[in-house]
Design a protein around this ligand. Structure first.
Ligand SMILES: NC(=O)c1ccc[n+]([C@@H]2O[C@H](COP(=O)([O-])OP(=O)(O)OC[C@H]3O[C@@H](n4cnc5c(N)ncnc54)[C@H](OP(=O)(O)O)[C@@H]3O)[C@@H](O)[C@H]2O)c1
Length: 344
């Protein structure tokens, strides 16, 4: 794999490489024969697929509904296969073998585990002698469990406290073992809370003005690690391009600023109030509720370190904090007064 590091603040927003990216400077490009299969064309999958397509990759992927398949094929020119863990059509397992890279973005399902590894034997038979050389699994910082707010890096022994965290950890191990047996290089990305255009505190405030009771109750944590979707894509692409001495590696993909949810929402609300005064109807009640929710007790949690991502993958975060991330989101938004509720 040729060296093709990417950095710069505009690469993933404009869909073009930044002027001074290493790719431009060295003249090294992603090779056109690279083919990515993204299992789970959701929020991250679509964004990653779009960036790779912009760089000349062939991109295929999966989703669960025929309507979404049509939309992604017509509007985004991806080749899409239907795959639903509950009614699986294993024909997609055959399609994967013609791809050089795969990102698994489908969450584990209770009672099934990882939906693709559920068909591990078939998948293994399909992939032996195939083209797949790199696999990325999108996991979660939930695998660490509760450290009482202490910092954790990738060497910390995971101790998930939730069922979803336990399923995640099992899926990580499952993919490592699977690809090791086939000699495929595998990276696990433990993602913090994902946000980006269309899915952020600013979008929530603009759409509904105030938080619902259940949303407020989720604000108990002192620290929540977050990451913008653009930084996730940047890290995955850097990982593809960075030769690793190890065939299996774990990376925390988070920003520098684990912060309480209510702090993030207050900041988002202030941004919306400043940009569109009068749009939020009940700012004072909202603030009061957040204080009450905060007093009800703090739950232990962890702060995930991103040092390995920066040191080994050379990632320079586009959004080191939710502040710049939310600012860039609101800058790209149209006025809700003109267009009704955004992204509804
Ligand atoms: N949201 C967060 O803050 C967060 C934090 C850490 C890790 N993660 C994990 O990181 C990954 C990417 O996140 P994301 O926000 O991009 O997720 P997302 O938008 O929810 O996308 C998930 C994808 O998986 C597919 N999928 C879901 N359940 C499935 C099933 N039972 N069978 C087959 N396919 C299924 C979805 O299909 P459709 O396209 O048809 O819906 C979608 O394409 C996910 O695994 C997510 O759980 C998320």
């Amino acid at each position: 794999m040729e060296l093709c590091k990417i950095s710069g603040s505009t690469a993933f927003q404009s869909g073009r490489l930044p002027k001074h990216s290493v790719i431009r400077m060295t003249g090294t490009e992603f090779r056109p024969q690279n083919r990515m299969f993204i299992a789970g064309m959701g929020f991250v999958g679509q964004r990653l697929g779009r960036e790779l397509k912009n760089q000349g990759w062939d991109v295929s992927g999966t989703c669960t509904s025929i309507n979404k398949k049509k939309k992604l094929e017509e509007e985004r020119s991806f080749q899409i296969y239907l795959f639903d863990a509950n009614e699986p059509d294993v024909i997609i397992l055959d399609a994967i073998k013609n791809h050089t890279h795969m990102v698994v973005s489908i969450p584990p399902v209770p009672g099934i585990g990882d939906p693709m590894l559920h068909y591990e034997q078939i998948l293994r038979t399909e992939l032996v002698g195939g083209k797949l050389q790199w696999l990325g699994y999108l996991s979660s910082t939930s695998v660490y469990g509760d450290t009482g707010g202490a910092w954790v890096d990738e060497d910390y022994i995971p101790n998930p406290t939730s069922e979803s965290g336990r399923l995640r950890l099992a899926a990580e191990e499952g993919w490592f073992n699977f690809s090791q047996s086939l000699g495929i290089s595998t990276q696990v990305f433990r993602l913090g809370g994902i946000y980006g255009p269309g899915r952020s505190a600013v979008d929530t405030i603009v759409k509904q003005g105030v938080l619902s009771e259940s949303q407020r109750m989720r604000g108990h944590k002192r620290f929540t690690s977050r990451v913008s979707v653009d930084d996730i894509c940047q890290a995955i692409m850097a990982s593809i391009c960075t030769p690793s001495s190890s065939r299996r590696r774990v990376y925390n993909i988070v920003d520098d600023d684990p912060a309480p949810r209510e702090e993030v929402f207050e900041y988002a609300r202030d941004l919306v109030e400043k940009k569109w005064p009068g749009w939020i109807k009940q700012p004072s009640e909202q603030k009061e509720s957040l204080v009450i929710a905060n007093k009800r007790g703090l739950r232990g949690e962890k702060r995930a370190s991103n040092a390995r991502m920066k040191n080994e993958l050379g990632v320079r975060l586009l959004h080191p904090s939710y502040r710049s991330g939310l600012q860039s989101i609101i800058e790209q938004m149209d006025s809700p007064f003109e267009h009704g509720k955004l992204n509804s």
